[in-house]
Design a protein around this ligand. Sequence first.
Ligand code: TPP
Ligand code: MG
Length: 428
Amino acid sequence: MTLPEMKYPLSRDQLLQLYYYMKLTRELDEQLVRLFRQNKVVGGLYSSIGQEASAVGTAYALEPKDWIAPMIRNVGGLLVKGYRPRDILMQYMARSGSPTGGKDGTSHFGDLKERHVVSPISMLGDLVPVMTGVAMGGRYLGQKVVTMTWIGDGGTSTGAFHEGMNLAASQRAPFVCVVENNQWAYSTPVARQVRLRDLADRARAYGVPGYAVDGNDVVAVYQTTKTAVEQARRGEGPVLVESKTMRMRGHAQHDPAAYVPPAMFEYWKARDPIARYEAWLTEHAVWNKKVKAELDSRIERELKEETAVAEASPLPQPEVAEQGVYCDGCHVIQAQWERPVDEVQPPQASVEAVWTVADFGGSNGQPQAPARAAAAAAGEPPSSASRKFGTDHGKPGGSATLARSKARAKPVPAARRRAPSGRPKGRR
Ligand SMILES: Cc1ncc(C[n+]2csc(CCOP(=O)(O)OP(=O)(O)O)c2C)c(N)n1
Ligand SMILES: [Mg+2]
């Protein structure tokens, strides 16, 4: 086995595990389609075919104590988090043995106790502020956890996404937001809903790091996400990771995706994440034909057994509809402190409400925003000076801007402060 250099090295077992999870995700997807055609799936069926490296590679970068909130195309992440195919099969078939006891369908289930999975919220974007809150809660309790959610290209245009990212950024929440750019939101291609080529660039609007990665290369997805997760865990604040991939089926089973240009499917088929990883494993002598055959037959066998268990589970009895509606002592809500509670109480937690405002919010002689906009409209590249805007002005240690502001810390009367245009400030 001769592997390329990796920032976060993966062992042979881990490399094979990545394959296992991706292939299992795909086979499970295909199995669900068969069950859907037999009319056994209750509700819609959403495929993640083509996006397996994205879901698996990102979730794999987390530790067991970390938290996820998956969306419909993140079955791979649920498998990494320890759910079994039977859980997903029974959930889609609304069987009584499912994580929700047959009361809900699709991926609408979670586990706040063991696996740390927050159930998806259908309103796109809403998981961003929710997982920011979970991240802040974990930090408050001293748990050193990172939270992660996934959002589609379309979902990044919602208000909740923007509010949530801004909240995460301003609170420096240990949160990683994975934008799965699968080129389509229902029948709308990315270019028709946002004027950015790289959705990672959205990160600049919040002053946080944004990384774009080839979402069909599982090793790259893992390395990039791991970098983001470790940054967040170190207390450096949230990170946005854009995973560029392709939704290889319609939005759901009802959608034949006739609006996708056939050549686009061809392009992405040639970059299939599983076929690519199979070639990678062979090229780097991680496995041979025998190992692959063993893994494939294990997946086939497991899925057969899991399907049999799921199909044997009955539909829920009518009377359970009225159970579990209200908490009758079914669970205890107790904070798991992993730091001395004194730390978060006065006097230790007291903060003097006197703030240092770097350069008093002034422009330091740099062009103001309208001038930058005009320069951009004229096709001029952003100057290094203009790039200074939007940087993290709360950064400890101080930037050149901060140092200058300290040097001339004497306040200037408001009437004498002038913008470069010559107009007095505050009257614009
Ligand atoms: C706030 C909100 N608006 C609209 C919808 C309806 N809706 C569900 S999925 C979807 C498309 C999402 O596209 P994208 O975010 O790119 O995710 P993908 O399906 O491609 O994974 C829409 C519009 C919704 N669930 N929530
Ligand atoms: Mg999409």
